[in-house]
Design a binder for this molecule. Structure first.
Ligand SMILES: Nc1ncnc2c1ncn2[C@@H]1O[C@H](COP(=O)(O)OP(=O)(O)OP(=O)(O)O)[C@@H](O)[C@H]1O
Ligand SMILES: O=P(O)(O)O[C@H]1[C@H](O)[C@H](O)[C@H](OP(=O)(O)O)[C@@H](OP(=O)(O)O)[C@@H]1O
Ligand SMILES: [Mg+2]
Ligand SMILES: [Mg+2]
Length: 362
């Protein structure tokens, strides 16, 4: 980059573990070459007293931090906040999180459909123990904490095989039908216009005949977080073979990524997709995460630096969008929600790089 060109500064505010995994020297150096300085925000000082920053990149929570971001935005109306706390909050509730998928407006297409698994929310023990409240669901179901706030507790799940397993659950929870998907999950990373789909190992299928014989439930946490080259002695991991799994259609991934980005007013997220083995061309979105583990992505430095460059050079239009963006209202009513949508032929432009876990195109 020529010495005379303007330099940009991005202040980052991340938890120590996140900073360690995401702010690698390779990212700092590549961004620096492109005229972008990544600067750590000092947690012991007020944000407003630091900077100046063209953008604040963050994954912190709590009212004090939200107020600091607001105070900073008022003083620095031309600075970007990636991403707005209001937009992130939708993902902290597993009902409102997936509601946005059901509301996506995507055109018709023959070959494939997408949606979310059938699920209900259970707020209290009384409702949980009333079989009528979950009679619409088919076992096995996954019990997920309703709150998805990044705590270890919010990732603690149970696979419930039959009624015996229900009584041990602790509301508030979402009961989501477990859909057999061949033990492979597709994680779609989105950073603005950049999309990358990778394969990860998932839970194995549960066959009908086993359901009654299996003990009530088993608990697990974040079974799909390890990349193919991070070994695990977990017995499920040893059973799965990622290389055989076919990737989802690129146009489907494009359409959903674009739709979610616009509907949620978020730039930094990933979503988990499984292919329903009983149908074959039906894809279900089961989880959406703000600011995920980008460093696990092949070539993450290039993708994130391109993203930073894009947003810093398009800053004004992004700020206008944020100011006008209503975002969809969402609620966490207990209704069973299942919708099957089809999607466009994906002719719209979107930078997508579909790679398998080991980085080869496929
Ligand atoms: N409805 C479902 N059907 C089949 N498998 C599922 C379903 N929901 C979750 N899983 C399995 O459980 C894993 C964890 O579920 P989920 O992604 O919702 O949890 P999480 O704690 O939010 O995970 P992450 O670390 O991705 O944030 C998934 O990666 C997948 O392997
Ligand atoms: O394998 P991925 O990148 O999906 O793992 C993510 C995970 O999906 C969540 O985004 C985690 O964040 P929380 O939901 O807030 O716990 C990420 O943890 P983080 O410490 O990197 O933020 C995982 O990397
Ligand atoms: Mg997930
Ligand atoms: Mg998640």
């Amino acid at each position: 980059m020529a010495g005379s060109e303007k330099r940009f500064s991005i202040g980052y505010a991340l938890a120590p573990k996140k900073q360690q995994s995401f702010i690698q020297l390779s990212l700092i150096n590549l961004a620096k070459e492109r005229g972008i300085d990544l600067i750590k925000i000092d947690a012991d000082k007020r944000l407003i007293d630091q900077g100046p920053f063209d953008c604040v990149l963050h994954k912190l929570y709590g009212d004090d931090w939200k107020n600091q971001l607001k105070e900073f935005s008022v003083e620095n109306p031309n600075a970007l906040i990636m991403d707005s706390p209001e937009a992130i909050e939708r993902l902290h509730n597993r009902i409102s999180m997936l509601q946005v998928v059901s509301e996506l407006k995507i055109g018709a297409e023959r070959e494939a459909t997408f949606g979310i698994p059938k699920q209900i929310v259970i707020y209290d023990a009384k409702t949980l123990l009333d079989p009528c409240s979950w009679e619409g669901l088919k076992f096995p179901v996954i019990a997920k904490p309703l709150v998805a706030d990044g705590s270890a507790k919010s990732h603690k799940m149970s696979l419930v095989f039959n009624r015996d397993g229900v009584s041990k659950l602790k509301p508030p929870i979402v009961l989501q039908e477990f859909v057999n998907h061949g033990g492979v999950i597709f994680k779609v990373y989105v950073a603005g216009e950049y999309v990358q789909c990778v394969k990860r190992k998932s839970l194995p299928d549960v066959t009908e005949d086993k359901l009654e014989s299996l003990e009530g439930s088993l608990t697990f946490s974040q079974v799909s977080n390890l990349t193919a080259n991070e070994k695990s002695d977990d017995k499920y991991y040893k059973m799965m073979h990622l290389e055989d799994a076919e990737m989802p259609p690129q146009s489907l991934i494009n359409e959903i990524s674009k739709g979610l980005r616009e509907a949620m007013n978020l730039h930094l997220f990933n979503f988990d997709v499984i292919r329903d083995s009983s149908v074959g061309n039906q894809y279900l979105i089961i989880d959406i995460n703000y600011f995920p583990g980008y460093a696990k992505m092949p070539q993450y430095e290039t993708i994130l630096t391109n993203f930073f460059w894009d947003i810093l050079h398009k800053k004004d239009s992004i700020i206008d969008d944020d100011l006008t963006n209503e975002g969809n209202k969402s609620d966490d009513s207990g209704k069973i929600s299942t919708r099957r949508r089809s999607f466009d032929d994906g002719s719209r432009k979107c930078v997508t790089n579909i790679v398998s876990e080991d980085g080869d195109g496929s």
